[in-house]
Design a protein around this ligand. Structure first.
Ligand SMILES: [Zn+2]
Length: 176
């Protein structure tokens, strides 16, 4: 009995002294933190395209090529076309090596970047061809437009996505 009391006291002492580590505890999230012991509601859904964080280990690395000079040239040409089309929305476009194939994505960030995922590029090209690549890029430029104009009062996240799709369709209709 005495041992049990001492043991319980020890457990209490240890648990009360251990500071919880706040962070995202959802394995499927973009910014999952394996060391977190207390979910702080910061999880970012990988399916969203506004989630790239330069400091998050799950975000992937910015790279300079899709691994094929022909693809790089075509992509650059498309970036240039869209840069002219969305000329009021200053944006630098880069390539991101996602952490893994199942995290393929493209992102628009409020600090002025669009990052197009390496895996997303190759999978889209392989399965759907070139046009959807332009569509995805224009969708991200739609998000850049929302960010630049300060549009943020959406009732649901899906409305923000639908609007970005509308920007994309507008571009594809006029430019393609
Ligand atoms: Zn989106």
């Amino acid at each position: 009995m005495k041992i049990l009391i001492v043991a319980s006291a020890l457990v209490l002492l240890i648990t009360s002294c251990t500071k919880p580590i706040p962070g995202c505890m959802d394995h499927n999230s973009f910014n999952y933190n394996p060391e977190a012991s207390e979910d702080d509601g910061s999880c970012i859904d990988m399916s969203g395209c506004l989630g790239w964080l330069p400091n998050a280990t799950q975000s992937g690395q910015v790279i300079s090529s899709f691994g094929n000079t022909q693809y790089d040239a075509k992509f650059e040409e498309e970036v240039s076309l869209q840069g002219d089309f969305f000329s009021d929305i200053p944006t630098d476009v880069g390539i991101l090596m996602e952490p893994s194939l199942d995290k393929k994505n493209a992102f628009a960030s409020p600090d002025g970047y669009i990052l197009f995922g390496y895996y997303l590029f190759h999978e889209t090209l392989k399965n759907f061809g070139e046009l959807p690549l332009a569509g995805i890029l224009a969708h991200e430029w739609g998000h850049r437009t929302q960010q630049e104009l300060g549009w943020q009062n959406y009732n649901q996240p899906a409305h923000r996505e639908l609007e970005a799709d509308a920007f994309s369709s507008f571009y594809l209709f006029l430019a393609k």
